[in-house]
Design a protein around this ligand. Structure first.
Ligand SMILES: Cc1ncc(C[n+]2csc(CCOP(=O)(O)OP(=O)(O)O)c2C)c(N)n1
Ligand SMILES: [Mg+2]
Length: 307
C-alpha cells in the first residue's frame, strides 16, 4: 500500500477501490472541481501536469537509486520481456500478443487508438507500445461496450490526417457493427480490429472471480470480415499466424475502411491484481497450476526482487 499518492491530471474513477485511505495525497489538476473527488487531498496544486512535474523535479536534488527503485525497474523490465515473449507465438487459436505486434508495427507515430470495453481494453493497455504522440481513448468511467467503432468515426472525422484504429472484442463490435456503413459512406480509412474470442471474455473472468458458473457469455463464430465486405469495407478473416502480417500490411496501405477479424483464444489475460506466485501465501500446487495456466515461468515476483 502506498503511503504517498501523487495524482496528476487524473480522474481515476476506480481509485476508491485501490487507494490507501490513510495515504498522503498530492493532487495536480487544471480543473479545480476535480480536487478531492477520489481521495482527501493534503496538497492541491492548480496547474498543468507536465509543467508542475518539471518544476517539482527542478526543486529536488537527485538521489542515488535505492533497492526499491532498482527492484521496480527490474520488475517492469521482466514484465515487458514476459509479455513480448508471446509476440511470435503461433499457437492456435491465436493469442492477442501477435496481433498487437502487428498493430504496433504498422501504427504511425501519431496514430489514434479507440478501444472498446472488455478484455480487449486490458490487452490494449498492456501491449500498445505508445510513442507519446499517439492517442488512446476508451470509455473509462461508464465502461460502455460498443464504444470502439463509433469512437473511431469521431476520431477519423476530427483528425482526418491521422491514422485511426478501432480495437474491439466480438461482443462490443457486434453491438455497433452497422456503423461500418458510416465509415464506408464517408470513406474513412479506419483500421478496425476485432478480437473474436467467441466470448464476453471480461464477464467470463468476472464469473470465475465470483465463483459463478459461466452463464450467457458464449458468442457465435461470426465472420465479421464478410459482414464488412457486404457493407463495402475491406475484410480479412485471420485464423493463423501467417495470415496476420499480410492483412495488416494491406490495411496499412488501404485508403478505405478495413476490418481485420482475428479469431483468438478465450483464456483470460494474466490477472496481475491476483497473482498466485508467492510461496508464503500459496501452496506449490496452486503456484504451479497458476504458472501453467498463464505461462508465467520467467517472471519473479517483486518481493523476491527486493530480497
Ligand atoms: C453496454 C454494456 N453492456 C454490458 C457491459 C458489461 N460488460 C463489460 S465487458 C463485457 C464483455 C465484453 O466482451 P467482448 O466485447 O467480446 O470483449 P472481450 O472481453 O471478450 O475481449 C460486458 C458484457 C458493458 N460494459 N457495457
Ligand atoms: Mg469477446
Amino acid at each position: 500500500m502506498a503511503d504517498l499518492i501523487l495524482f496528476v491530471g487524473s480522474n481515476f474513477p476506480f481509485g476508491q477501490f485501490v487507494f490507501n485511505k490513510e495515504a498522503a495525497f498530492i493532487q495536480v489538476d487544471t480543473d479545480l472541481t476535480k480536487f478531492g473527488r477520489r481521495h482527501h487531498v493534503d496538497l492541491a496544486i492548480l496547474g498543468d501536469g507536465i509543467d508542475v512535474l518539471k518544476r517539482l523535479v527542478d526543486k529536488t536534488a537527485p538521489r542515488t537509486a535505492d533497492k526499491w527503485l532498482l527492484a521496480n525497474k527490474e520488475n517492469i523490465k521482466n514484465w515487458h520481456s514476459w509479455r513480448q515473449s508471446f509476440y511470435e507465438d503461433q499457437s492456435l487459436p491465436l493469442r492477442e500478443e501477435p496481433v498487437f505486434k502487428e498493430i504496433n508495427r504498422i501504427a504511425t507515430e501519431d496514430a489514434i487508438f479507440v478501444t472498446d470495453v472488455g478484455n480487449v481494453t486490458i490487452h490494449s493497455v498492456r501491449h500498445l507500445e505508445m510513442t507519446g504522440k499517439q492517442a488512446f481513448t476508451t470509455s473509462g468511467w461508464f465502461a460502455t461496450m460498443g464504444y470502439g467503432l463509433p469512437g473511431s468515426l469521431g476520431a477519423a472525422l476530427s483528425f482526418p490526417h491521422r491514422q485511426v484504429f478501432s480495437l474491439s472484442g466480438d461482443g462490443g463490435f457486434a453491438m455497433v457493427m452497422q456503423d461500418l456503413i458510416t465509415q464506408v459512406k464517408y470513406q474513412l480509412p479506419v483500421i478496425n480490429v476485432v478480437f473474436s474470442n467467441q466470448s464476453l471474455g471480461f464477464i467470463q473472468a468476472e464469473q470465475e472471480d465470483t465463483n459463478k458458473e459461466n452463464f450467457g457469455v458464449d458468442l457465435l463464430d461470426i465472420d465479421f470480415a464478410k459482414v464488412a465486405e457486404a457493407m463495402g469495407a475491406k475484410g480479412f478473416s485471420i485464423r493463423s499466424y501467417e495470415e496476420l502480417a499480410p492483412a495488416f500490411e494491406a490495411a496499412k496501405n488501404a485508403n478505405l475502411p478495413v476490418l481485420i477479424d482475428v479469431k483468438t483464444h478465450s483464456s483470460r489475460p494474466l490477472p496481475v491484481e491476483d497473482l498466485q506466485l508467492d510461496e508464503d501465501l500459496f501452496s506449490s500446487d496452486t503456484i504451479n497450476n497458476f504458472k501453467e495456466r498463464y505461462q508465467v515461468f520467467t517472471m519473479p515476483i517483486l518481493k523476491d526482487l527486493l530480497k
